[in-house]
Write a protein that binds this ligand. Structure first.
Ligand SMILES: [Zn+2]
Ligand SMILES: [Zn+2]
Length: 342
């Protein structure tokens, strides 16, 4: 039984998801030999479809074989087994609610070895369409107030299987980090009557110091205050708060830019582990939860993708204070990444 917990210090919620049948030492993976599965044993490889929970969605080829599969996560962080959300204070001091949520895995393609940078563009387009289909579907369930699509690539980034896959988690709360972004965007909008992210883009395009690539629809840049070396943001030029609302043309161009950006990263850092996160507006209707920042979200929030290579480790300073030490100036990272595409 998973649950969400909140202590009295800070606003942070934690998912407590017990992994039954495992010993404490099984959880210690850092520094251990990687136990890479061959494609014979990989549950995501063709021929092993019975090793995953029953399929939710697939894109098939004309011959009946699959291009993309979506399945529930076998070890979900959250579960939709709950009828409703029961929030309770646990003994008056702590808050808890049941671990209502959803956790899906998107198997990006049948080839065990090929990630987004290596796939034909057509396959990346199919994958992006699948992202949109699943996110749209989950948005219809208003129990999920925040839906995150992400990809963990490589063991150091948290991927337990090397076969390329993305994940979608739907949760019953809007987490603290997202709330803080929304509040900041909202107060900027109240003050300037402009979207904070649109203004940030204008600024990056003016200075061009951290610019990696610009297309008709997107800007790729290294954020000014990157916490991690070679951090990358892909941001649409058109103001849209929610990824699922972009046009078909914008999806097509997103496939091109995503493939190319991950290719640059692969080239410069020799296929590093990374986390890719799709930051899109929460699944809340206007005025819900009496939060001001939800009411103007369409105007004040702006979807984007953030890619964080995991080539440094978080240490005591970062954990205690949220203050990061980044050994590579983003201007320098941008130069390397820009050149990699040429
Ligand atoms: Zn595989
Ligand atoms: Zn904007």
């Amino acid at each position: 039984m998973t649950e969400l917990r909140q202590g009295p210090i800070g606003d942070r919620w934690v998912i407590v998801a017990p992994m039954r049948g495992r010993r404490p030492s099984d959880l210690v993976t850092v520094g251990k030999e990687s136990t890479e599965l061959s494609s014979d044993d990989c549950p995501f490889c063709p021929g092993n479809e019975d090793k995953t929970p029953p399929e939710i969605y697939r894109v098939s080829n004309p011959d009946g074989s699959w291009q993309v599969r979506v399945v529930p996560n076998k070890f979900p962080a959250l579960s939709d087994d709950y009828r409703g959300l029961e929030q309770a204070d646990a003994g008056g001091f702590y808050q808890r609610m049941n671990g209502l949520g959803t956790h899906e895995v998107i198997i990006e393609n049948p080839d065990h070895e090929k990630g987004i940078p290596d796939l034909p563009l057509k396959s990346v387009e199919t994958l992006i369409d699948t992202f949109a289909v699943r996110l749209q579907k989950l948005k219809q369930d208003d129990r999920y107030r925040y839906i995150l699509l992400f990809e963990n690539h490589g063991k150091a980034a948290g991927a337990s299987l090397s076969h390329p896959h993305a994940q979608i988690i739907g949760i019953p709360i809007v987490p603290q980090a997202v709330m803080s972004e929304l509040r900041q965007a909202h107060s900027y909008y109240e003050d300037k009557k402009n979207c904070l992210f649109c203004d940030l883009l204008k600024n990056e395009l003016r200075s061009r110091e951290r610019l990696i690539e610009e297309t008709d629809e997107y800007v790729v840049f290294a954020p000014y205050a990157s916490c991690f070396p070679f951090e990358i943001t892909i941001m649409p030029k058109e103001h849209v708060h929610d990824f699922t609302e972009i046009s078909q043309g914008q999806r097509r161009e997103f496939a091109v830019i995503l493939k190319r950006t991950l290719h640059r990263l692969k080239e410069v850092l020799n296929d590093p582990p990374y986390n890719l996160m799709m930051k899109s507006a929460p699944n809340v209707s206007e005025g819900s939860g009496n939060q001001d920042c939800f009411s103007a979200m369409q105007d004040s929030y702006h979807w984007r993708v953030e890619i964080v290579p995991r080539i440094t480790v978080m240490a005591g300073l970062e954990l205690a204070t949220g203050l990061y030490v980044n050994p590579v100036p983003p201007e320098e990272a941008a130069r390397y990444l820009k050149e990699a595409g040429n």
